[in-house]
Design a protein around this ligand. Structure first.
Ligand code: PLP
Length: 385
């Protein structure tokens, strides 16, 4: 830091030059992000709540009430009458909270001290962070030929050390939904905590189902499901950071509670202390503003774009890894290395993402990718072909 104050104008000029180095969602060129530009109304509300701190909820009773209302609304979307949980920074923090709850619950009620978590090979890397921080061993369950968790394999790896089973509703690379109903039954019968990571799919599957899309049930109507991660900052169009963790029972929050002596509440269960109320307020605002109707329209329009892109790829001759269930498509050129194709697209100004399993170009059709961008992308892919 320099010694003397600097003029606001000079600071803003410097910041804006640096900000210009950032890619802009509105160009439609960011193909691999699971985030997108937040809705302007949500951003407006966010700014109004910048000073609120949910780490000390007794001082911000109104904002705490807003967070509770958001959790209630998301819970209702996920078939839960009474929901517990928090709006946190994103899917990573939500997943860490779920695994912490599972570990502490198993420690308290089953005496498991050196626990394991079973995750599918397709799980987001946030579970590796969770296991590392919580001193748990990761046991990976293999995928079947359709890139979903292999249920027989899952049954084989359950042990008396298993503190949680994780399944995904909208995998990071392919947007696929694991056989959650079947896994819920296995978890319930074995009395094992079951967490569903719907960070990506949580704000679209319920709406697509309402619109008649043939997608499986993944929520609390399945008795084995103990917690679900749902991210408002993905398809919910809330500003980042906004992740959601919803628990079926209050005891999952209680087993994580630590004393918080100098605050207005006696205990705290979240990972972070000082925590933005703005994320809750913005999520509350955008959920009200859209309503189920608005989210149904959004989810459907993303799927229409996805299907348009899918048909275009097939017509040119690209090989699509799997029929998309949500708004992600992974594909390859029949005779070209994925990396070579990625480089060609990068040279043409597309910001591409390469999936690992299987190696392929992965496009997440978020709200910033409009039909004109898809047409341009297909033109370029045709040229390359
Ligand atoms: N879970 C899934 C399925 C994801 O796709 C992601 C991110 O893309 C996460 C968790 C982590 O979310 P975040 O980046 O918001 O922490």
């Amino acid at each position: 830091m320099q010694d003397e104050p600097v003029d606001k104008e000079d600071i803003l000029k410097e910041l804006s030059e640096l900000h210009n180095l950032d890619y802009d969602y509105s160009d439609g060129r960011i193909l691999g992000s699971m985030c997108t530009e937040a809705h302007p109304f949500a951003k407006e509300v966010y700014c109004k709540f910048l000073d609120t701190n949910l780490g000390d909820p007794g001082l911000f009773k109104g904002t705490k009430h807003i967070e509770e209302e958001v959790i209630k609304s998301i819970g209702e979307l996920l078939s839960l009458d009474v929901a517990y949980g928090n709006i946190v920074t994103g899917g990573t923090e939500a997943n860490i909270m779920a695994i912490r709850a599972a570990r502490n619950h198993a420690r308290k009620y089953k005496g498991i001290v050196d626990g394991e978590i079973i995750i599918p090979e397709s799980a987001h890397f946030s579970f590796k962070k969770a296991a590392d921080m919580l001193n748990l061993k990761i046991v990976e369950a293999k995928l079947d030929d359709n890139y979903k968790i292999d249920v027989d394999e899952l049954k084989n790896v359950i042990s008396d050390k298993t503190v949680a089973i994780v399944a995904i509703a909208g995998t990071t690379e392919l947007g696929l939904i694991d056989p959650i109903e079947e896994i819920s039954k296995i978890a319930f019968d074995n009395n094992i905590y079951f967490h569903v990571d719907a960070a990506f799919g949580g704000f679209s599957i319920p709406f697509l189902r309402k619109k008649g899309y043939d997608l499986p049930i993944f929520d609390f109507s399945l008795e084995g499901v103990c917690s679900i991660t749902v991210d408002p900052h993905k398809m919910g169009l809330a500003p980042i950071p906004a992740g959601g963790i919803i628990f079926r029972k209050e005891e999952y929050l209680e087993v994580m509670a630590v004393d918080s002596p100098y605050l207005t509440v006696k205990t705290q269960s979240t990972i972070v202390g000082t925590r933005l109320g703005a994320s809750s307020a913005a999520t509350y605002a955008i959920m009200k503003y859209f309503g189920k109707k608005g989210y149904c329209e959004l989810a459907e329009s993303l799927m229409e774009n996805t299907n348009y892109f899918y048909d275009g790829l097939i017509e040119i001759g690209y090989e699509v890894v799997c029929k998309p269930e949500l708004n992600i498509i992974a594909f390859n050129h029949p005779d070209m290395e994925t990396n070579v194709l990625a480089e060609k697209l990068e040279k043409l100004g597309w910001k591409v993402s390469v999936a690992k399993c299987p190696k392929s170009i992965r496009v997440v059709l978020m709200n910033h990718i409009k039909i004109n961008h898809i047409k341009e992308l297909l033109e370029d892919l045709k040229e390359i072909y």
